[in-house]
Write a protein that binds this ligand. Sequence first.
Ligand SMILES: O=C(O)c1ccccc1NCC(=O)[C@H](O)[C@H](O)COP(=O)(O)O
Length: 204
Amino acid sequence: MTRIKICGLTREEDIAYVNELKPDYVGFVFATSKRQITPKKAIKLIEKLDRRIKKVGVFVNPSMEEARRIAEACDLDVLQFHGEEKPEDIIGLPRETWKSFRIKNQESFQELEAYSVGGYLLDTYVKGQQGGTGKAFDWNIDSDINKNKMIILAGGLSSENVEEAVEKMKPHVVDVSSGVETDGCKDFEKIKKFIEKVRGSHDS
Ligand SMILES: O=C(O)c1ccccc1NCC(=O)[C@H](O)[C@H](O)COP(=O)(O)O
């Protein structure tokens, strides 16, 4: 079954929503972003999070010392690197590690081969933005990458298009942020609908 990550939680209400709706992963953005959260606030939210939901920390070009420190302090399960981190920067970390790749065209997939990580997150290339763009890339791109890599599909997903995305890309995990927000805040009904679409999807 396709797993689900809801990214960019910042409020106590968001934790209540996911505790009820039970995605597989939630993401906390420690990088500069409108969804940025301090480690101190994340610790407070995580205290209230259902223990069955895995915690992903999102970083953009952090020092590895910082990433390790936050991973330990927040008891993160996964470290997600969303910047220009090199393959050698992100090996040997004490957590499952995901690397994001900003997909522009077919050639973008070549970059994945240099990395040996637990998860390969495909997000949309948008100039000047590292993530959380709300934009999808062309899922008709011919790629077999999901055969030997754990693929997390991100970028512009919503309840409206996630079934098509799963059918075309066959990812192991789908990751959403903007598509489950209203006026910049996580929206219970949108998260619910997104999860229902994915879990009801027969291609997953
Ligand atoms: O969400 C952000 O604001 C963000 C900022 C900088 C780097 C990464 C960021 N998010 C990472 C994610 O995992 C998002 O869920 C992913 O980019 C998809 O976002 P969206 O297109 O908004 O669904």
